[in-house]
Design a protein. Structure first.
Length: 274
């Protein structure tokens, strides 16, 4: 199998460009799903404190037989833990559940300004301390807009994990993040399934002999995005990784780019009240 490409981050580390997402995967299901993903060849696992499946992910990591340095593990700080003491308890709790002594990437999950004001700024200060202590190799954010990034002190986040898919391409934000040297990670890369039934994507899939999901994942990769598809079905877990033996040509990419219609399927960081 062709190796998953990696992207170099601004802090000198590298991240596998194709990872396995675990949002909405219950803890009990996370263990077999992540084991299946690791056996299929994924080496980047993305979870979060609020997913309540870190223990299940940790069981899979322990059972996989893989060395710690063979798997890139990301988790995220939840909104109610932005104060420095709470953030420290959160990362220590995540590490314990995952069975790890350090993370590869730790993210602030949301700026959460409607409910918690500017507490995310202190959370970012705390993440920098965690990195300095070796609790995580890299630090970043998720669902941040420019106004949130502007408020941060010290280091620049190496990644921003945001909703991106063909019908919600977030081109202005992606351009701004590129200007800042921040890599983009795509959550809900298939639009939570909403983009799978699009006729134009289906036509491209037929022309290249791949599934619609594979074409969408390939679109993310060719745009230089880190993409995190999720499934608990073994066939689809393997299929979502089988995207490294073909490329979309310029016409196919343009056809998918033309589908951007502002179709956000998740919460808007500006109005999220949790």
């Amino acid at each position: 199998m062709t190796a998953v490409p990696t992207l170099h981050l601004a802090d000198g580390t590298s991240i596998p460009q194709l990872g396995f997402g675990t949002w909405q995967v219950p803890d009990a299901d996370a263990t077999p799903a992540v084991l299946e993903a690791l056996e299929a060849g994924y080496r980047h696992i993305d979870t979060a404190q609020v997913y309540r499946n870190e223990a299940g992910v940790g069981r899979a990591l322990a059972r996989s037989g893989l060395r710690r340095d063979e798997v890139y593990v990301t988790t995220k700080l939840w909104n109610d833990s932005h104060s420095p003491d709470d953030a420290r308890a959160a990362i220590e709790g995540s590490l314990e559940k995952l069975g790890l002594d350090h993370l590869d990437l730790y993210l602030i999950h949301w700026p959460a300004t409607l409910k918690y004001g500017d507490a995310y700024i202190e959370a970012w200060d705390a993440l920098q301390e965690f990195k300095a202590e070796g609790l995580t190799r890299s630090i970043g954010v998720s669902n941040f807009h420019s106004v949130h990034l502007d408020a941060l002190r010290g280091e620049v986040p190496v990644v921003n994990q945001v909703e991106v898919h063909p019908t919600f391409a977030q081109r202005p934000l992606r351009a701004e993040l590129d200007r800042r040297g921040i890599e983009v990670e795509s959550w809900s890369p298939l639009g939570s399934g909403a983009d799978l039934g699009h006729a134009d994507i289906e036509a491209v899939a037929v022309s290249v002999g791949k599934s619609v999901a594979q074409v969408i994942i390939r679109w993310h990769l060719q745009h230089g995005l880190v993409v995190l598809p999720k499934s608990v079905t073994p066939q689809r877990i393997a299929e979502n990784l089988d995207v490294l033996d073909f490329e979309l040509d310029a016409d196919d990419m343009a056809r998918l780019d033309a589908l951007d219609a502002g179709n956000r399927v998740g919460p808007d960081p500006e109005t999220a009240d949790f």
